[in-house]
Design a binder for this molecule. Structure first.
Ligand SMILES: Nc1ncnc2c1ncn2[C@@H]1O[C@H](COP(=O)(O)OP(=O)(O)OP(=O)(O)O)[C@@H](O)[C@H]1O
Ligand SMILES: [Mg+2]
Length: 350
């Protein structure tokens, strides 16, 4: 009782953090408090007298995407799960941390941050360094699929195979975990961004209309699906862009059937990645997966009928995690809260 009160009291001053630095979204979890920040991984940079300066990050910066003037640029510092623009990524992390921590925090934070399983040593070091440079006391890395599995409530430390498929903006990670380790992992650079691109290309080819990234993402979320609607064209929505023949703005109506056709290539790639993973899984672990099925996490898991498509392709039970968009940060947070229990899955590049 006294101990738990004391712990609670000390937590007020704690500033330890778990971070999911995603291609599309960054989430920050504070020990003892939960998720306190969830914003797009976007930075607005202005060219002020020849010097680059960050003028906005997150939600504020995302509103500027595709609408900037010549002096302001909206940048996504992560591409395909890894840091593409180091300085901007570091500044983004610093600002998000500042925003997440309140004045109470007296100590330098310990940070647990996730890295895609397919990232190279150089890419991992870049993520660790970016976190370290934000005044951290100590930084630990955790593999993204492991975090996703923990966040989805899978028993990763038990001697039983668990399969998770985390479909983010930049990458899809497929992994099988057992006894606190990764028995198989594969990361392909296909995710929500590739889906948006596929929609842009389809609308350009079929309708000679050029639409922006934000419009494509909206179409995907509103009517996108991993398979064709049962009958008819399904849902319909308007989308605006620039007519490539006449060069003027125009609005057209797109259908669920069209968008599911546009998404067939990225969806196929995800399905193939899952099948390859199953082929490479040791028989005893595969047997566990037959019973427990496959868990989908990440924003891409919310694409309509993706679970059905995977169920049909594999013949296995497939479920979409509750709170799919937060699984990775919640799992990273769990590892932070119980460092002792999950010591085995935390690593460091130094
Ligand atoms: N309802 C939905 N249907 C389809 N896609 C969705 C939906 N909601 C979100 N998404 C997509 O999910 C992606 C973001 O997911 P998430 O936040 O898990 O990615 P991330 O962690 O930032 O990326 P990564 O893990 O690849 O670095 C975006 O591409 C977004 O468009
Ligand atoms: Mg992610």
């Amino acid at each position: 009782m006294i101990l738990s009160r004391l712990k609670k009291f000390l937590n007020i001053f704690s500033s330890d953090l778990a971070i999911d630095l995603g291609t599309a979204n960054t989430l920050v979890y504070v020990r003892g408090r939960g998720v306190v920040l969830n914003e797009p991984s976007v930075v607005a940079v202005a060219d002020i007298r020849g010097k680059k300066q960050v003028i906005a990050v997150g939600n504020e910066a995302k509103l500027m995407v595709g609408k900037t003037n010549t002096q302001i640029q909206a940048i996504r510092p992560l591409r395909e799960g890894v840091i593409a623009d180091f300085d901007v990524a570091e500044e983004m992390i610093r600002r998000f941390i500042q925003k997440a921590l309140d004045k109470h925090s007296l100590t330098r934070p310990m940070i647990v941050i996730c890295v895609p399983s397919g990232s190279t040593a150089v890419e991992r070091r870049a993520i660790q360094e970016a976190a370290e440079n934000s005044h951290a006391r100590k930084v630990f890395l955790i593999e993204e699929p492991m975090a996703a599995a923990l966040g989805a409530g899978l028993p990763v430390n038990e001697p039983s195979g668990s399969m998770v498929v985390d479909i983010g903006g930049g990458t899809t990670e497929v992994a099988v975990m057992s006894l606190g380790g990764i028995a198989y992992a594969n990361s392909v650079r296909v995710g929500g961004d590739k889906m948006d691109e596929a929609i842009i290309n389809y609308i350009r080819r079929q309708h000679s209309l050029l639409i922006g990234d934000a419009s494509a993402e909206r179409v995907k979320k509103d009517i996108g699906a991993a398979s064709m609607p049962g009958k008819g064209d399904g849902k319909k929505i308007p989308v605006k862009g620039r007519d490539l023949m006449r060069g003027i703005p125009k609005e057209i109506i797109v259908t669920e059937r069209q968008i599911s056709e546009a998404l067939s290539a990225p969806v196929h790639e995800i399905v193939e990645t899952v099948k390859v993973a199953l082929e490479h899984t040791a028989p005893e672990l595969a047997a566990d997966i037959v019973d427990k099925g496959i868990m989908l996490t990440g924003g891409g898991a919310l694409l309509r009928r993706l679970d059905d498509v995977l169920r049909t392709a594999t013949g296995l039970p497939v479920s979409v995690a509750e709170n799919a968009l937060q699984c990775v940060v919640l799992g990273t947070g769990k590892a932070l809260e119980e460092v002792g229990k999950f010591e085995n899955i935390l690593t460091s590049m130094y």
